[in-house]
Each structure stands twice: as C-alpha cells, then as structure tokens.
Design a protein around this ligand. Structure first.
Ligand code: AMP
Length: 395
C-alpha cells in the first residue's frame, strides 16, 4: 500500500511516499522554516531535487505545494493512505490508530506530556485532512511500543497522586525505531523475534536504549520526556533531580531556562563546549581536543551502563543492536562501548566493525562473544507498515 508518511514538527514537515512491503520510495521531501520568510518545500525524486518557495506560508501552503508536486510527478493517484508520526500517545495508545475526531481529541489530551510536539502533530494532521480529504489517515505513536513495559519499569518512586492525577510515569520514545530494528535483527540472525532477548541502542540526535523481549518492549531509557537516559547531542540525559532547584538558585535561572539548557545546550555539546555532532567530536578528539574526548568518553560510559541496565530487564541478552546516525556509522563509539561491556561477554571484531558504515549493516562481534549487530533504522518504512496494519485491522 503506497503510503504518504508525514512527520510534522512545529516549523517543519518531513515527507516520504513509499511502499512498505518492497521498501520502494517514490519521493521524499522536507518543508522547513514554515511561517517564516524562508519557508520552502523540497522534494527529492530519483536523485533530482525540486524546491518550492512557500511565500512565508505554514502547513496549508506546504500541503498545497506537496499536492501540486505530487500532481506534477503523476504520483497523487498512487497515494492510498497517510501515516503520521505522533510523539506522545500517553497511556491511551498502545497501537497505531486510524484518525477520527475522538482520536484527535485524545492526541490533544496528551499535549501536556509533549507540549512542543503534540500540538504540532495535531496541526499537521488537520492540515493533511484538508489537503487529502478522501484518504484514510493513521497516527503512529513514538510511545506506543513501550506500553508493554511492566509497572516495575515504568513507575517513578514519586507520590502516587502524581501518577494517578498527572500521568507522571516513564513512557519511552523512539518506539518505531526500536520495533523496526528488533524485527530486522531477528531477520538478519535468522531467528524468530518471539524467541529473542535484544538490547537495541538508537543513537542519533536523540538517543535511547530498549530491552526487547520476544518483540515487546520491557524497558527503555527515556521516560516521562525524551530528556531522560543517555547523553545525547544537546540533551543532558540523566541528571540529579535536585539539579533544577540548585542551578536555578545559583545561576538565577527560571525553570524554563533550566529546561531549555538541559534540552539544547547540554549533552555532547555541553560537555565538549564544541559540537553536538559525533563526526566533529571524533575529528577534534583526534587533534587532542580535551573537551571532545571527554564528551565521547562520558557518552560511551553512560551508554554501556544503560545497556547493562537493560540486561537486568531481560535476564539474558541474545544480541545487542546499534542503530541511528551514530550507531550506524561511528566505528569508534561502537568499539569503545563494547570494550566497556566485557561484563556481558561483549567483544568486537575490528574488521567487521570497520565495514559496518554508511548503510552497510552486519554482525560486528568477535566469534563466541555477545552477538552485536549494526542495523539501519527506517522509521518511515515502519510507520508505513504500521499504517497498513492499522487499516487492515480496522483499528
Ligand atoms: P540521526 O538523528 O539518526 O540522523 O543521527 C544524527 C547524528 O549521527 C549526527 O549528529 C552525528 O552525530 C551522527 N553521525 C552521522 N554520521 C556519522 C558518521 N559518519 N560518524 C559518526 N557519527 C555520525
């Protein structure tokens, strides 16, 4: 089923038209800087790029230009369904849902949990409904895959009323990616997913690990928000919960300012004082930049600790899976992480590790060591697959 996959952010829309069974991609695109003078939509079709100026417009202009682009390319009639990436489904959604007025209300109701993302997702869905009124639309949630976590993994040790009245619990994110790479890893290993205990490490701009038991998430490192857990590009990951109060008083910052700094000025960027991009940090560390070295070391140390933590959730680990821009490409981050995971029997095959870059997946562990794979994530394809499944199931 040819599916238009949409990822609507506050000022951008990421687009892909693809067929999930074959993986065929007809067009990809990005509308950026929506609502500003630089608003533009670019569409990439078989290596060719078209750019449309949106005249300062927002979602309606972006979708009108997308429709016109699909018409011009003769692709509009091909689109059979629309799949939306939605960040937070709270406890309301454990599977994708065909969008109805009730579903849209439920997504709105989750906005307090993701104030930056869910309102943008809702606005994108409404604009897409106007642009494509005849097509079925499905919401695929970042949090849904983790709804199988047991209570022992998702509860925080905070007053119970916070959970009951305000939904304060661990939800987890990147679910589409963790679910996809777990399926791919099982396929590559030639074993049924239902029999595997996997730790998946999604390492991109955002980073999280997940314990996947028989294809179901049983724990993950992100929590109430995508700030918990691993060190990320600009996000701190775990810090002392007392830090907000301490730094607000010491530096005279508001809660909003502390939250913004933990999201945008921390992580690899904060530690290194240089960059959030692992490529830049690896190059700088090679030149002797102490901050870059420290940032990478802390990143790897915390990652290895988190992987070991997921082993507790699983009892036994059959394989470790790396994915995301860093996981799929950084030979040194993978090697350093495995070097710290001797406790799990990990050990790298240096040649295999060096080969697994730029879209070349494979097993990178030495014989007899914890099976470790590099798998390419494909969130768009997974969203398209989930969209088809939801429509078939009448969900
Ligand atoms: P993603 O969010 O999955 O697109 O991942 C983006 C991140 O992947 C970038 O910020 C880089 O840190 C990292 N990355 C991409 N390519 C490479 C590479 N060749 N080597 C190391 N890190 C990379």
């Amino acid at each position: 089923m040819w599916t238009l996959v949409l990822n609507c952010g506050s000022s951008s829309v990421k687009v892909a038209l693809l067929e999930p069974d074959t993986g065929a991609v007809a067009v990809t695109g990005l509308a950026e800087r929506l609502g500003t003078a630089g608003a533009a939509l670019r569409l990439d079709v078989s290596g060719e790029r078209r750019v449309v100026d949106l005249g300062g417009g927002s979602y309606p202009a972006a979708f009108a230009a997308l429709l016109a682009g699909l018409d011009e390319l003769g692709l509009r009639a091909q689109v059979q369904a629309i799949g939306h990436r939605v960040v937070h489904g709270g406890e309301a959604f454990s599977v994708p849902a065909t969008i109805t007025p009730e579903v849209l209300d439920a997504i709105r109701a989750c906005s307090a949990l993701a104030p930056l993302h869910n309102p943008a997702n809702v606005a994108g869905i409404e604009a897409a409904q106007q642009a494509f009124p005849a097509l079925p639309q499905v919401a695929v949630f970042d949090t849904a895959f983790h709804q199988t976590m047991p209570e022992v993994a998702y509860r925080y040790a905070v007053p119970e009323a916070w959970y009951r009245q305000h939904g304060v619990r661990r939800y987890g994110f990147h679910g589409t990616s963790h679910a996809w790479v777990a399926q791919e890893a099982a396929r590559m290993l030639g074993r049924p997913l239902t029999e595997l205990n996997l730790v998946t490490a999604h390492l991109g701009n955002g980073c999280s690990v997940c314990a996947v038991q028989g294809g179901r998430s049983v724990d993950t490192s992100m929590g109430l928000t995508p700030l918990e857990g691993l060190v990320m590009g600009t996000r701190s990951g775990d810090v002392d919960p007392g830090l907000h109060d301490f730094i607000a008083r010491q530096a005279g910052l508001s809660l909003d300012q502390v939250t913004a700094a933990l999201n945008r000025e921390s992580g690899l960027l904060g530690l290194s004082g240089l960059a959030s991009d692992v490529r830049e940090l690896e190059a700088a560390a090679g030149r002797g930049h102490a901050g870059a070295r420290l940032a990478l070391d802390v990143f790897v140390y915390r990652l290895a600790q988190a992987v070991a933590g997921m082993a507790v959730a699983l009892g036994q680990v059959d394989a470790l899976v790396f994915t995301g821009g860093i996981g799929e490409n950084s030979v040194t981050v993978r090697a350093a992480t495995l070097a710290r995971l001797g406790v799990l029997g990990a050990g790298v095959d240096d040649d295999a590790n060096a080969r697994a870059v730029r879209g070349t997946p494979g097993v990178i562990s030495a014989p007899g060591r914890l099976t470790t794979l590099v798998v390419n994530t494909d969130e768009e394809r997974m969203i398209a697959r989930e969209t088809a499944r939801a429509l078939e199931a009448g969900a």
